[in-house]
Design a binder for this molecule. Structure first.
Ligand SMILES: [Zn+2]
Length: 253
């Protein structure tokens, strides 16, 4: 990726009155969390329409926890990478309003991002569907083969959006609002094909905003009008991009 492309994207962010980021699985790959949909991924061993469906959890939560145990193991070991850190830095510089994330790994928050819209919830919170008590995951004892339980006795559910469940209404409305106002949207590590998050770049474009896509290779977004593609991984591209925004800001000051 040429320095010119980075500079052009950085100028778009610098000029934008409002910038928002939309992140997906790709940003966490360099943190050791594989894309569940990739070959050999979790969804090949556990059919998501079965194991990740809310009705399966309601019927037999212990069975669904065989899959959740694996997610939990991977997510607990993961640490934010330079891509997450760069977005947190951009927010701290006053150049990023929020991150809308499809990820459930809490890594944006761990990197220091303050405004994080969790579209699909957060696996580091657990909730009881019986008494609605909620627990941070560090307060919960995990033993393989033994689903964690609430003090009331019910099996806990990670506070993530299962198939058959709605996007949390606050996250949904806030994301629509942010996408509508954004003059620039960073789309990072996602092809933005899964509904309803796939409509967010479209809302920004329809309001005259520009998309800065950071993905390895092209996606269905790449060829669309008002999409600027930085071809590379988030952990490589975002630190370069943010460094350039900082440089432009220092020059302009
Ligand atoms: Zn309970």
């Amino acid at each position: 990726m040429t320095d010119n492309a980075i500079r052009e994207a950085a100028e778009l962010i610098f000029r934008a009155r409002s910038t928002v980021a939309l992140s997906g699985a790709g940003i966490s790959v360099d943190s050791g969390i594989p894309d569940f949909r990739s070959p050999g991924g979790l969804w090949e061993r556990f059919d998501p329409m079965d194991y990740a469906h809310i009705s399966s959890f309601m019927e037999n939560p212990a069975r669904v926890w065989r899959m959740l145990d694996e997610i939990h193991d991977v997510v607990l070991k993961a640490k934010p990478n330079p891509g997450h850190q760069a977005l947190a830095e951009l927010e701290a510089m006053g150049r990023l309003d929020a991150v809308i994330t499809q990820n459930i790994d809490n890594l944006h928050q761990e990197a220091g991002s303050k405004q994080v819209i969790e579209f699909h919830g957060n696996s580091k919170r657990l909730v009881c569907l019986s008494c609605l008590f909620s627990y941070p995951s560090e307060k919960v004892t995990f033993k393989p083969g033994k689903p964690p339980r609430c003090v009331c006795g019910a099996i806990l559910k990670p506070d993530i959006v299962f198939f058959g469940e709605a996007i949390p209404p606050f996250a949904y409305h806030r994301a629509l609002e942010l996408a509508g106002h954004a003059e620039a949207m960073l789309v990072v590590g996602t092809s933005a094909q899964v509904a309803p998050s796939n409509m967010l770049p479209g809302i920004t474009r329809a309001n005259g905003g520009t998309i800065i896509e950071v993905n390895v290779g092209s996606t269905s977004l790449t060829a669309m009008p008002n999409v600027f593609h930085l071809n590379g991984s988030a952990s490589e591209m975002l630190p370069r991009l943010v460094r350039e925004v900082r440089r432009i800001a220092a020059e302009g000051a």
